[in-house]
Design a protein around this ligand. Structure first.
Ligand code: ATP
Ligand code: MG
Length: 168
């Protein structure tokens, strides 16, 4: 199964993010990420044997609580490859520490991870055909209260995500 760890936005924040993304499709085209699929990825695992789920549940349950300040989303932009994202202009120590703790626990348990530096973002559009210069938005606080283990199923209409476990 295709798995990743993420922090999901609450309903209200998801609605705000989706409302922010909708008008961008006119400019960038591409496919709007459905409101219920918006998320912040912490670590992408890729294909994992289902027998290893218990290990992932243990790792999730032993994570430190990100009790600190929320992540402050204050800009949108895009990457080549058609991703339009919302992100932060400033680093967020609480988020960076949480992602680092998770990643080192996963690495210690032998899960393969991307070598690229972790770059927190929420994907708003995929397959965008027009780049969006990075620009500021009215800041949004993204709470870091709950971590989810997600399963992803790829379909021609886009990925479907399912929450398998969450902490707390
Ligand atoms: P699609 O691949 O069909 O565009 P998706 O990217 O939403 O859909 P997945 O590829 O299953 O679905 O990815 C799930 C999450 O993990 C997404 O947030 C995605 O950006 C992230 N992700 C996917 N691959 C990697 C990777 N190699 N490194 C870091 N994050 C990744
Ligand atoms: Mg993908």
């Amino acid at each position: 199964m295709r798995l990743f760890f993420a922090i999901l936005p609450g309903r209200h924040l998801a609605g705000t993010l989706h409302g922010l993304a909708r008008p961008l499709t006119r400019r960038c085209r591409g496919r709007l990420v459905p409101q219920g699929s918006l998320h912040l990825t912490l670590a992408f695992l890729g294909e994992v044997a289902p027998q290893r789920l218990d290990e992932l549940r243990r790792i999730g349950s032993q994570l430190p609580h990100a009790a600190g300040a929320p992540w402050q989303l204050d800009q949108v932009g895009s990457w080549h490859g058609g991703i339009v994202w919302a992100g932060a202009s400033q680093p967020c120590p609480a988020l960076d520490e949480l992602a680092a703790a998770l990643r080192s626990a996963l690495a210690a348990a032998g899960f393969g991870l991307e070598q690229r530096a972790y770059l927190p973002h929420v994907t708003l559009l995929r397959h965008a055909r027009q780049l969006l210069p990075t620009h500021a938005i009215t800041p949004l606080a993204y709470p870091l209260r709950r971590i989810s283990l997600m399963a992803s199923t790829l379909t021609p209409q886009g990925a479907h995500y399912r929450e398998l476990a969450h902490w707390p």
